[in-house]
Design a protein around this ligand. Structure first.
Ligand code: NDP
Length: 260
């Protein structure tokens, strides 16, 4: 029987911000599809439990997982993270630029530091990580880069100018890299999640208690997304099923954007 076009057996994946939320769910999804998986995060807080859950997902496929510590805003740490993945797995086929933060507030009151921190983590770091994996992917004859932006790459609120600008930048970064690296057989795509139940949005809901129901009323699917809702599209974008898909945005939002 021919292998599934979504089969990731023998492929090596690196996921930033992989210890929690969307990154962890994507890591498990890639592991279930057969990939070797490196999860990287900036601290070790959840590293043990995250590694255990990804390793469990690897079991069925005779695959394995490793855990790395790396702050993606530290270029030296990013290079070390990529080197460690290459050293352990011998290759790197899939990069998921997932690490992200939100520091919201109205533009007129936003400290420049909050602007810069969000741009550094959400926009500059994906560029630095992509640069760091490019030589290995090119040498190997191809690769897949999956950026995690947001529906706020296209939409906006008045309360998160730094976040919306960073995610809009990731969308354009995706298109730029896709064009530049198409000759290297590297496909670069972006996922635009809607409202997903994670620590990041828990913090937003604590700050604005009305947010939970307001979003619920506005999403045609009538629910908040779960991190697992992102896993399938990531497997698709990591696999040979998407070899002719590049520079494209993939919305996963229960219909939120379609509502207009
Ligand atoms: P979480 O806060 O649950 O997870 C983000 C992870 O990234 C955390 O483990 C965090 O570590 C890590 N991280 C943050 N900064 C860095 C850094 N400098 N270096 C390395 N790791 C870092 O968020 P989500 O799972 O919700 O978000 C994942 C991605 O999805 C983000 O890019 C986010 O913008 C995007 N997104 C999320 C949406 C949602 O509704 N949840 C909607 C649209 C997009 P730590 O715990 O130490 O902060």
């Amino acid at each position: 029987m021919a292998a599934s076009p979504f089969d990731l057996t023998g492929k090596a994946a690196l996921i930033t911000g992989g210890n929690t939320g969307i990154g962890l769910a994507i890591a498990r999804g890639l592991a279930e599809a057969g990939a070797l998986v490196a999860i990287a995060d900036r601290n070790a807080d959840n590293a043990g439990s995250a590694l255990a859950s990804v390793a469990k997902a690897c079991e069925a496929n005779n695959s394995r997982a490793i855990s790395l510590i790396a702050d993606v805003t530290d270029t030296t740490a990013v290079v070390a993270m990529v080197d460690a993945t290459l050293k352990d797995f011998g290759r790197i086929d899939i990069l998921v630029n997932n690490a992200g933060i939100s520091l919201s507030g109205p533009p007129e009151k936003m400290p420049l530091e909050d602007w810069q921190t969000v741009i550094d983590v959400n926009l500059t770091a994906p560029f630095v990580c992509a640069q760091a994996v490019h030589p290995a992917m090119k040498r190997q004859g191809g690769g897949k880069i999956i950026n995690i932006a947001s529906v706020l790459a296209n939409l906006a609120t008045g309360n998160a100018p730094n976040y919306a600008a960073s995610k809009g930048g990731v969308l354009q970064l995706t298109r730029s890299l896709a064009i530049a690296w198409a000759p290297d057989n590297i496909q670069v795509n972006v996922i635009l999640p809607g409202w997903i139940d994670t620590d990041l949005t828990k913090r937003a809901r604590e700050a604005r208690p009305e947010l939970h129901d307001r979003i619920l009323a506005r999403v045609p699917a009538a629910r908040w997304g779960t991190p697992e809702d992102l896993a399938g599209v990531a497997v698709f974008l990591a696999s040979r099923a998407s070899d002719f898909v590049t520079g494209a945005a993939h919305t996963v939002d229960g219909g939120f954007t379609a509502m207009g």
